[in-house]
Write a protein that binds this ligand. Structure first.
Ligand code: AMP
Ligand code: MN
Ligand code: MN
Ligand code: MN
Length: 288
C-alpha cells in the first residue's frame, strides 16, 4: 500500500499539524518520499522553513495550501498546488482567510461558552499566543476541561459537520478560492471528495461547477478509500478531464493509517496532477 514518490496533502504546525515544517520534511526523507506538498489550512507560513529543510536535491518540496470555501451551504477544501506563496493573490488569500478564521473562531467560542463550557475565547487565545484557534483547538479545549472524553467525541457532539461549532458563513465561495490559486500560478485540486458525504449526483454537479470556474484536479488516492470508490473517482476524472492527486492528509504521528505516503496508488487510467507542473517546468529546446 505504501511506497509512493508523491504525497501531496500534508499539514504542519503552521496549521493544525503536530510536526514543524522541518520535521515533516525530515520524516518524508526518512520514509523515502521524494516529492511532497505542504498544504496547511489557509496559510503559507510553513513553506519557507519547509523549503530550507528540503535542500536542493534530496527532496522536492511543492508549495501548497488547503483553502476552505463554501459551496451550497457546505464547507469544502480546495488544495492549491505549485503556487507561488509570495504572489499578491496568495498574500490576499491568506490575509482574507485569517480574518475569516478570526471572526469564525469568535462565533464558535461564543456558542460554546453559551453551553456553559467556560470562557473559551480567553483560555484559548492565551494558550495559542496569537494563532487563531481552529476546530481541533476547540476540541482539545473541551477534552482538557473535561466536557468530553476525546477529540473525536468533541467533533461528534459539538464541532463536526452540522453541529453547533460548524460555522461556515465566513468562508468565501468556491470560485473565489479557485481564482486565488490560479492567480498564484498554481493548480486547484478538490480535496478528499468522499468526505463530504454527497450523493454521486451532487458530486457531479460540484465537479461541473469546479471545472467551470477553473478547477483542474481531484484528489483520488487518499487513506482508507476502498477500490470501488477510488474507481468512481477515476471515472469522474475521465468524465470531467481532471488530473488525479494523491495524499495522506498527514497531521500527526501515531495514526498509522494516515502517515506520510500511506494511501493506495493512483489508478493507471488517471493522469497524475504532477504532469501539470512537470510539463510547465520542462525547458525543452531553448535555442531561439
Ligand atoms: P477548521 O480548519 O478549523 O475547520 O478545522 C478542520 C480540521 O479539523 C480538519 O482539517 C481536521 O484536521 C479536523 N477535523 C474535522 N472534522 C473532524 C472530525 N470529525 N474528527 C476529527 N477531526 C476533524
Ligand atoms: Mn486539519
Ligand atoms: Mn481537508
Ligand atoms: Mn488537510
Amino acid at each position: 500500500m505504501t511506497h509512493h514518490g508523491f504525497d501531496l496533502h500534508i499539514h504542519s504546525s503552521a496549521s493544525d499539524g503536530q510536526l514543524s515544517p522541518a520535521q515533516v520534511v525530515q520524516r518524508a526523507k526518512e520514509r523515502g518520499i521524494r516529492n511532497i506538498a505542504l498544504t496547511d489550512h489557509d496559510t503559507v507560513e510553513g513553506l519557507l522553513e519547509a523549503n530550507l529543510a528540503a535542500g536542493d536535491h534530496e527532496l522536492n518540496l511543492i508549495n501548497g495550501i488547503e483553502l476552505s470555501c463554501e459551496w451550497q451551504g457546505m464547507t469544502l477544501h480546495v488544495l492549491g498546488l505549485a503556487i507561488d506563496p509570495r504572489s499578491p493573490a496568495m498574500q490576499e488569500a491568506t490575509s482574507v482567510q485569517k480574518e475569516n478564521r478570526t471572526q469564525r473562531a469568535r462565533v464558535i467560542a461564543d456558542r460554546l461558552s453559551k453551553l456553559n463550557f467556560g470562557s473559551v475565547w480567553d483560555t484559548l487565545s492565551s494558550q495559542l499566543e496569537g494563532k487563531v484557534p481552529a476546530r481541533p483547538d476547540f476540541a482539545r479545549y473541551l477534552v482538557e476541561q473535561g466536557h468530553v472524553d476525546s477529540v473525536q467525541q468533541a467533533f461528534d457532539r459539538y464541532l463536526g459537520a452540522g453541529k453547533i461549532g460548524d460555522v461556515k458563513q465566513f468562508w468565501p465561495p468556491l470560485a473565489e478560492v479557485v481564482a486565488w490559486i490560479r492567480k498564484a500560478g498554481g493548480i486547484a485540486v478538490l480535496a478528499h471528495p468522499m468526505r463530504y458525504k454527497m450523493t454521486t449526483a451532487k458530486l457531479r454537479r460540484l465537479l461541473e461547477e469546479f471545472v467551470s470556474v477553473g478547477g483542474k484536479g481531484l484528489e483520488v488516492s487518499v487513506p482508507n478509500l476502498d477500490s470501488g470508490r477510488i474507481g468512481l473517482l477515476a471515472e469522474l476524472c475521465d468524465r470531467y478531464r481532471l488530473l488525479g492527486s494523491c495524499g495522506s492528509d498527514f497531521h500527526a504521528v501515531g495514526r498509522p493509517w494516515q502517515d506520510l505516503g500511506c494511501f493506495p496508488p493512483l489508478p493507471e487510467r488517471v493522469t497524475p496532477v504532477w504532469e501539470w507542473w512537470l510539463s510547465k517546468a520542462d525547458p525543452g529546446c531553448s535555442n531561439g
